[in-house]
Design a protein around this ligand. Structure first.
Ligand SMILES: Cc1cc2nc3c(=O)[nH]c(=O)nc-3n(C[C@H](O)[C@H](O)[C@H](O)COP(=O)(O)OP(=O)(O)OC[C@H]3O[C@@H](n4cnc5c(N)ncnc54)[C@H](O)[C@@H]3O)c2cc1C
Length: 500
């Protein structure tokens, strides 16, 4: 294990997407960061490694899309309708989904710098491809994107982290593994040192600047219960076990301003029998995201959300919380044979909790924990309510609804074609929304709104961007945009001090 040095100009805490973007940006400015990673090398990269690598960015047509994904084949150009996802649409999504609470300055930075930041990542060796498998449907022989996410990193999350670390190696950026930030030290000039623990040994690194990019508090059951509320300690964690809120706590301890939605988080429907933390061999495949094409019922056999309220990208991040609030904290997603072909790949993994039956009664007999009478009644009422006169179209919000007390606004199909299948889900926490207040230079602010000299932050631990909900594919883009900004600002700060 590499020894902990006594001094480093810039310390970047974390080794996921936000952290590595910060380190790479600083290197461009001639400042070589020392990266501290709490995890061992084979678990490096935090939640970024667990992702599918989907990244949301604004583009006004195929030309701008091509700046990020330049090597489109002729076949892709002719068989794919890339459409556009304009800055205006990205803004609308941010404000609508966060119920108009997102910080306008931070949102502006995310939206307006989204494309240029992905182009910059390309210059560092990150490769992108169209996300046809997950974010587009084929209609009339052409793929058409829906929901604003049209690209993903080649190789998904593991590919992203691998390529970022390869780029860091080219810049001779050192990463210390099993090295956990435990505290920050300040003097009259601002942040002057980080406290580190490695394999039980405590040490201190004197430094000129620190970029905190070490995730939220989603892995920490005590903090989840304390801030998200009762029951959240029992949720499963979709990704890394290392995001314990250390960076947030260390910054608050030196007077940083808390910001954002501390009682909110991103949480999805996740296999009921998934392990307590993510499993890199399975990645994000414990998620079950095809609910817009079926119904979700709770232990009483009753529906409890509008499964078709919007495209999956705009509802999935808040429906985990709705599942957590159901009796027993579980739900079953139910589909019939008419829509089975639309189910995403994650429904076909080996580690799935599934029931099947040729009748509704047979099916519910296998759906553990569900009241059979309630379930059969729910499906009958639902089937009668479906607007079968409206054509079904998965690519648009088709208005094929089931106007009930709990409505289904789009993609309602009767559940009457056997075999019937059901998948058991619980709540899987992705990341927490509460964090630190930063300005548009990614400088952490103190409780009175003044920047704390030498302290910068990026990624999940930035508060103020996401409230209640989240547009899918924004987490990695936010990490990259703010990571790059934090790296640039931190490097400028170091250079100023070097010159002083
Ligand atoms: C299963 C899953 C799928 C997802 N899919 C997508 C997707 O497709 N697209 C998308 O945009 N977002 C997705 N997300 C969300 C996305 O992962 C996050 O928004 C993003 O990766 C956060 O990046 P980050 O760099 O801030 O944090 P992380 O990638 O979590 O990195 C934090 C780093 O800090 C380290 N660390 C923690 N504490 C310390 C400490 N005290 N000292 C030193 N190091 C520390 C961790 O080990 C880790 O390396 C997904 C998340 C999960 C869990």
């Amino acid at each position: 294990m590499a020894p902990i040095p006594a001094q480093a100009d810039l310390v970047v805490v974390g080794a996921g997407n936000a952290a590595m973007c910060a380190a790479l940006a600083a290197a461009e400015q001639g400042v070589r960061a020392l990266v501290l990673e709490a995890a061992p090398e084979d678990e490096r990269g935090g939640n970024s490694t667990y992702t599918a690598g989907a990244m949301r960015f604004a583009y006004d047509g195929v030309e701008q899309y091509g700046e990020v994904v330049p090597d489109l084949t002729e076949a892709e150009r002719t068989t794919v309708d890339f459409g556009a996802y304009t800055e205006g649409q990205f803004f609308d999504d941010m404000f609508r989904l966060t119920e108009h609470r997102c910080d306008p300055d931070l949102a502006e930075m995310l939206v307006r710098r989204s494309r240029e930041t992905l182009v910059w990542m390309r210059s560092k060796g990150i490769r992108f491809q169209p996300s046809l498998g997950r974010q587009a449907f084929k209609v009339g022989g052409r793929f058409k994107f829906w929901g604003g996410v049209a690209c993903e990193v080649t190789g998904g999350g593991p590919g992203l982290v691998e390529m970022l670390h390869r780029a860091a190696k080219r810049e001779a950026i050192d990463v210390l593994y099993r090295a956990r930030l435990t505290g920050l030290r300040v003097d009259d000039q601002g942040v002057c040192a980080v406290e580190v623990e490695q394999e039980g040994r405590k040490s201190e690194i004197r430094t000129r600047a620190v970029v905190l990019a070490c995730g939220g508090f989603e892995s920490n059951a005590e903090m989840r219960a304390r801030y998200l509320g009762p029951g959240w300690d029992l949720a499963k964690v979709r990704g890394t076990r290392f995001n314990m809120g250390d960076g947030i706590l260390a910054a608050l301890a030196i007077g940083a301003m808390p910001a954002g939605h501390w009682s909110g988080c991103h949480a999805v429907g996740w296999d009921l029998n998934a392990p307590g933390f993510g499993d890199l061999a399975v990645g994000d495949q414990f998620q079950k995201h095809s609910y817009p094409f079926g119904i979700m019922v709770n232990a009483r056999g009753e529906r409890f959300v509008d499964e078709g309220a919007d495209f999956r990208n705009y509802t999935y991040a808040k429906y985990g919380g709705e599942i957590l609030r159901q009796p027993g904290m579980f739900a079953w997603q139910v589909f019939d044979a008419k829509v089975a072909h639309l189910l995403r790949d994650e429904y076909r993994i080996r580690q799935v909790t599934k029931a099947q039956g040729d009748t509704l009664e047979e099916l519910v007999g296998r759906m553990e924990g569900v009241d059979p009478d309630g379930f059969v009644r729910t499906v009958r009422e639902f089937n009668q309510a479906v607007r079968v006169d409206v054509p079904f179209d998965p690519n648009v919000k088709d208005g094929r609804s089931a106007p009930l007390g709990v409505p289904k606004s789009n993609w309602a199909n009767t559940i009457d074609a056997p075999p019937f299948v059901a998948y058991a889900v619980t709540c899987g926490v992705t990341f927490t929304f509460g964090g630190l207040r930063v300005n548009t230079s990614a400088m952490v602010e103190d409780r009175y709104g003044a920047p704390i000299p030498g302290l910068f932050a990026a990624g999940e631990l930035v508060g103020g961007l996401f409230y209640f909900n989240y547009p899918g594919g924004s987490g990695l883009t936010s990490g990259a945009v703010f990571g790059r900004a934090a790296g640039n600002s931190a490097a400028a700060h170091v250079r100023r001090l070097r010159g002083a």
